[in-house]
Design a protein around this ligand. Structure first.
Ligand SMILES: NC(=O)c1ccc[n+]([C@@H]2O[C@H](COP(=O)([O-])OP(=O)(O)OC[C@H]3O[C@@H](n4cnc5c(N)ncnc54)[C@H](OP(=O)(O)O)[C@@H]3O)[C@@H](O)[C@H]2O)c1
Length: 333
């Protein structure tokens, strides 16, 4: 009999995740009821936010409960349908959890058009990370032609799309990433105008050399010293879109705050956090643009697909917080 391999949250992690924070087990295959579908997932998206979803406390979504299936985006095939809008064989994506099979009432599940892009891309550049880049850059930071745009974690799922959209609309794009290999790829694969290796030890001066006219837009993915260095070089009326603070997600104690706060005042900066779900009503518009650019060859997506299956979830997830991934991190099921 077929079973369903499921990752459940066993305890709230302290610091980086450990295998014992999860209960990974075989369960009975779930049966869809009236109005439901069963999806067999092929690709599970590994996202930095997963670490935050495991924490107790007030946030933009409730925490995953102890014993619950770990929240996560996935893409797969409808294997059984008792839902009027889906049929067997449809390729779909949505918040289906970290498990091999998911039963869903179809809410938040959308079609993945595999004639446009391979299935895994629907949890990457044409999924939540691509939407995040689109809304963060264009609607939150209001980037426009001629702006110097800096993005951190630039070779990752969101960052690589931010840089490419910046290029499409005529910005000067500067990516910050860890190590020469990622920094080379920023320029040669994604078309960034300049790349700064924050691990090289001269972040502030290297950033200054890469941004001779200062910085108009910061697409902030990391926080900490990187955020501080960028904040210190912002131009008057610059915009900071705070998308993520990955350097802090595993912290057991909060690091000191940014030192360059004065620039928010004297440069009259607008600093705004955002969550991609805020823009849910506008996903259609964004998908049209992203899909169109992809089709025209103006956007490309680097994916880092791991083959180990569900059991490797804790180890593969950990790599996001140490820079072990190169591109959108995806677990093949
Ligand atoms: N607001 C939203 O709705 C939303 C939605 C999606 C994602 N996000 C945020 O966007 C950011 C990027 O997410 P992603 O999915 O695109 O991940 P990603 O960039 O594909 O992977 C994470 C990358 O972050 C970098 N990193 C990790 N720890 C770091 C540290 N201490 N200092 C500097 N860099 C570090 C690493 O790259 P290097 O090797 O270059 O260090 C790593 O590869 C995250 O902060 C995430 O939470 C927000």
């Amino acid at each position: 009999m077929t079973t369903n391999k499921v990752v459940r949250l066993a305890q709230r992690p302290r610091g980086p995740v450990k295998p014992e924070d999860f209960d990974i087990r075989d369960e009975d295959l779930p049966e869809p009821g009236d109005g439901e579908i069963r999806v067999k997932s092929s690709y599970i998206s590994l996202d930095p936010a997963m670490r935050g979803w495991m924490n107790e406390g007030k946030s933009y979504v409730p925490p995953v409960g102890i014993g619950e299936v770990m929240r996560g985006f996935a893409a797969g095939h409808v294997e059984a349908s008792r839902h009027p809008d889906f049929k067997e064989g449809d390729t779909v994506t949505g918040l289906l959890g970290v498990q091999e099979y998911a039963v869903s009432d179809g809410k938040g599940v959308s079609r993945a058009d595999t004639s446009l892009a391979p299935l895994q891309t629907w949890v990457g550049g044409l999924g939540m990370p691509g939407l995040t880049a689109y809304f963060g850059l264009l609607k939150v930071a209001e980037a426009r032609e001629g702006d110097t745009v800096v993005v951190s974690a630039a070779s990752g799922a969101v960052g690589q799309v931010v840089g490419q959209i910046g290029n499409i609309i005529g910005c000067r794009t500067v990516g910050i990433a860890g190590g020469p290999e990622k920094c080379d790829a920023l320029k040669t694969e994604f078309g960034f105008d300049a790349a700064v290796d924050y691990k090289a030890g001269n972040l502030f001066s290297d950033l200054k050399a890469a941004c001779p006219d200062g910085i108009d837009v910061d697409f902030e993915n990391v926080g900490g010293d990187i955020f501080d260095a960028v904040l210190g070089q912002m131009n008057p009326f610059g915009r900071v879109a705070v998308c993520g603070l990955i350097s802090m997600y595993n912290a057991t104690e909060l690091p000191p705050g940014p030192k360059n706060m004065r620039n928010i005042l004297v440069m009259r900066l607008r600093v705004q956090g955002f969550i991609v779900f805020d823009f849910i009503k506008h996903y259609g518009e964004a998908m049209q643009a992203l899909g169109g650019w992809y089709k025209d060859g103006k956007l490309k997506f680097k994916e880092d697909i791991r083959e180990g299956g569900i059991e490797t979830f804790p180890a593969v997830l950990s790599e996001l917080y140490t820079g072990g991934n190169f591109g959108k991190l995806i677990l093949k099921v």
